[in-house]
Design a protein around this ligand. Structure first.
Ligand SMILES: [Ca+2]
Ligand SMILES: [Ca+2]
Length: 315
């Protein structure tokens, strides 16, 4: 727990660290809401449920739908959530049902306004793991491999002082080689988010052999590999028995609310995560104090990706 005095002493460093976390608002996709080309690739639920025949490539990135689904399920992380964190994950559907306007509404400005006024009781998120959806982005790596990205959504970021804001999008990326062998994981945190801190596969603790352990920082939800990896500005919880009894919640992301594939910029899923053009909450004055932009507008979306994903540098 950081003391207020300590925070003030280190504030300049905090500002510097978070400077790069201010992301451009707006979405690069031009897909109209509910348009025929925007049919959902995969629906939320326990695991993937694709309405498409196997081996199509709905998002046109060169990786078949069935392989995207299989890889995302195989390498989905187990995320430890501190029991004393006042915020919990949720899904976009869960949040949308609690706002006066649906997140998929065509009036993007109206949605943006509602996101700036999320009621306090909704900010907490859901206590029901069945509502915790993980959004995935599977794309070709520029080195010939495949990157499997997992995006976590929280209705609020409970940071210190004015470093709190409505909603939170966090992500990690699993790197596979051309033979689909896992090489390691990038864990995004604060300014280091495109793609984030690297750790090799054989140095990761894993559940059931393929599900890497990730620690979600209390309040900020930054992603860490273990307690020694946690940044000075964050706190996190750790379970001795991965996947076993623990006072902290262990989020089996491939189960719980399931995995939802977001597709690609050129063929986005019909999800507010791909269509919403504004910030997901208020814009702050200081660097690092603004609510996040949509995943495809963030620097990490196509990090290490090849041309089929797009050029992250143009954002
Ligand atoms: Ca594909
Ligand atoms: Ca894809």
């Amino acid at each position: 727990m950081l003391r207020i005095r300590s925070l003030l002493a280190v504030l300049p460093a905090v500002v510097a660290l978070c400077g790069a976390a201010v992301l451009p608002s707006g979405c690069t996709t031009a897909c109209p809401h509910n348009g025929p080309q925007c049919a959902p690739l995969f629906q939320a639920g326990a695991g993937f449920r694709s309405p498409l025949p196997p081996d199509q490539d709905a998002d046109r990135d060169g990786i078949s739908d069935s392989e995207e689904a299989a890889l995302a399920a195989r390498y989905a992380p187990i995320v430890t959530l501190p029991r004393d964190d006042s915020t919990r994950p949720a899904s976009l559907a869960w949040l949308s049902a609690r706002l006066p306007v649906a997140l998929g509404d065509r009036d993007d400005a109206r949605v943006a306004n509602e996101l700036r006024h999320i009621p306090a009781k909704v900010r907490h998120g859901s206590d029901n793991p069945a509502d915790w959806v993980t959004y995935v982005h599977v794309y070709p790596a520029r080195d010939g491999g495949i990157l499997v990205q997992y995006w976590f959504f929280y209705p609020y970021n409970d940071g210190p002082l004015w470093f709190d804001h409505e909603t939170d999008w966090e992500h990690i990326t699993v790197s596979l080689d051309a033979n689909r062998k896992p090489l390691g994981v990038y864990a995004a945190r604060h300014h280091d988010n495109a793609p984030g801190k690297w750790r090799a596969w054989d140095r990761l603790r894993k559940f059931d052999g393929t599900h890497p352990e990730i620690l979600s920082a209390k309040g900020s939800h930054a992603s860490y590999f273990d307690l020694d990896d946690v940044g000075w500005q964050d706190a996190a919880a750790w379970c001795e028995h991965l996947g076993g009894p623990c006072v902290h919640e262990q989020w089996h992301t491939w189960e719980s609310g399931g995995l939802v594939n977001l597709g690609e910029r050129q063929a986005p899923a019909d999800s507010p995560a791909m269509h919403h053009r504004g910030l997901w909450g208020s814009a702050g004055i200081l660097p690092g104090t603004s609510a996040p932009s949509s995943p495809p507008s963030q620097r990490g979306w196509c990090a290490k990706g090849g041309p089929a994903c797009g050029n992250a540098a143009v954002l």
